[in-house]
Design a protein around this ligand. Structure first.
Ligand code: SF4
Ligand code: SF4
Length: 404
């Protein structure tokens, strides 16, 4: 785990401690603190210790300057935007580190800089195959273990808090938002896909997901050990790097289409093409938490007024003001609708049994899933890739010849 990863991880967990404290979740607080202290004592890994110290200092400063954010008491939109930007910044730094690592490796230089293992989160097929090998053969891949770990974290987040990963964390979603805002600044207008086209376009992401499932499920169990020990798996991340460093014409067309889509319509990439979004959308049906409208408090029924503020605030174009329970696979638990609602208690994220979840609650769950799971994996020795830089340099010479 590199310094950037360690600081980000510790910042996420220290922030969780603060949120747990202010929401009076004593058991959660004790368990999270115990996990962190145990991990620090067992590993005595200096970047983690440094990360803990930096995170504590940063949180103390945050408490001083922005106490409402440190306590998770701000309005939903402020809290979400703040976290989303910080997480994206961390991923950007990791990305820059990986680009430097990749470039030096391409010149045959062992960097000593370290490879941020979290980039394996961008290898969902490898992660899926690894999880299959663990479940079917009790075979734990050591080439890219972080791929399985991060996929597990994301899957759990979908089961528990819907597509909150998309709305609160995903850096691609945030980049798409900025691209859209930039386009609107110069070319005004919404240009939404008409309904007859919107639905088939939304299904595209499920087709892509089906393709990924086909690869993972279609691989026979007895070939899993050969695949996981093969050269392709060893340099799966470098193959991905090559895709961006030396893109084919087809790759450039695909990237241009994605960028064009993101600029054309708000969240178009998430809505139409992202297979991760599709997977989380499916899992979100199982989540006990949903956005629910209480007609006893909603202005439409309780006062007979016209109101659609929640619908207008929704980036996923869900007709919130006409639904009692939002079950849509497009809902990202972003809580913009809740923030926009003028009537307290009219709109909440809750279970069917009445337990409500505040923005702070969503954030605690997300942070714990995104950071506690990797920390446990790291302490258990299932995080760091065992492929040496020397092996990578050697295999990079034949990267074009190495296939599945
Ligand atoms: S329904 Fe509410 S929580 Fe869901 S995407 Fe729309 S604004 Fe966000
Ligand atoms: S914004 Fe609130 S009051 Fe208005 S329709 Fe939506 S839930 Fe009802």
């Amino acid at each position: 785990m590199t310094v950037i990863e360690s600081i980000t991880l510790m910042f996420g967990l220290v922030f969780s401690l603060s949120l747990l404290y202010w929401s009076n979740q004593k058991w959660g607080l004790v368990l999270t603190a115990a996990l962190m202290v145990t991990a620090l004592v067992l590993t005595l890994y200096w970047p983690l210790l440094l990360g803990a110290a930096v995170a504590l200092l940063a949180l103390a400063a945050l408490h001083h300057w922005r106490p409402e954010i440190a306590r998770g008491q701000g309005r939903e939109n402020g809290l979400r935007d703040w976290v989303h930007h910080l997480m994206s910044l961390a991923m950007l730094l990791v990305g820059v580190q990986y680009v430097v690592y990749y470039s030096l490796l391409g010149q045959g230089l062992e960097t000593g800089l370290g490879r941020p293992d979290v980039v394996d989160a961008f290898l969902p097929i490898a992660g899926g195959i690894e999880l299959k090998a663990i479940i079917m053969l009790n075979l734990w891949d050591q080439n890219h273990p972080a791929a399985a770990v991060m996929l597990t974290s994301v899957l759990l987040s979908g089961l528990i808090c819907k597509r909150a990963f998309c709305g609160w964390i995903c850096p691609l979603g945030l980049a798409g938002k900025y691209l859209y805002d930039l386009r609107v600044r110069f070319i005004k207008g919404a240009y939404l896909a008409p309904k007859w086209l919107d639905w088939p376009l939304r299904m595209l992401k499920y087709l892509l997901l089906l393709g990924l499932f086909y690869i993972v499920i279609g691989m026979p169990a007895d070939s899993l050990p050969y695949y996981l020990n093969g050269n392709y798996q060893k340099i799966a991340d470098l193959k991905m790097g090559l895709f961006f460093a030396n893109p084919s014409v087809l790759a450039m067309v695909v990237i241009a289409v994605i960028l064009g889509l993101a600029a054309w319509q708000q969240q178009a990439f998430c809505r139409y093409l992202c297979p991760y979004g599709a997977l989380l959308g499916l899992l979100s049906f199982l989540s006990p938490f949903k956005v629910r409208r209480d007609t006893a408090h909603c202005l439409i029924q309780s006062k007979g007024m016209k109101c659609d503020k929640c619908t207008r605030a929704c980036p996923a174009r869900i007709q919130v003001h006409t639904e009692n329970t939002v079950r849509s696979d497009e809902c990202q638990a972003c809580m913009r609708c809740v923030a926009a609602c003028p009537k307290k208690k009219a709109l909440q994220v809750s279970t069917r049994w009445g337990q409500t979840l505040s923005a702070r609650g969503v954030l605690i769950m997300l942070l714990l899933l995104m950071f506690a799971v990797p920390l446990v994996a790291y302490v258990g020795g299932f995080w760091h890739s065992q492929v040496t830089d020397a092996t990578r340099i050697e295999l990079m010479k034949y990267i074009h010849q190495i296939g599945h």
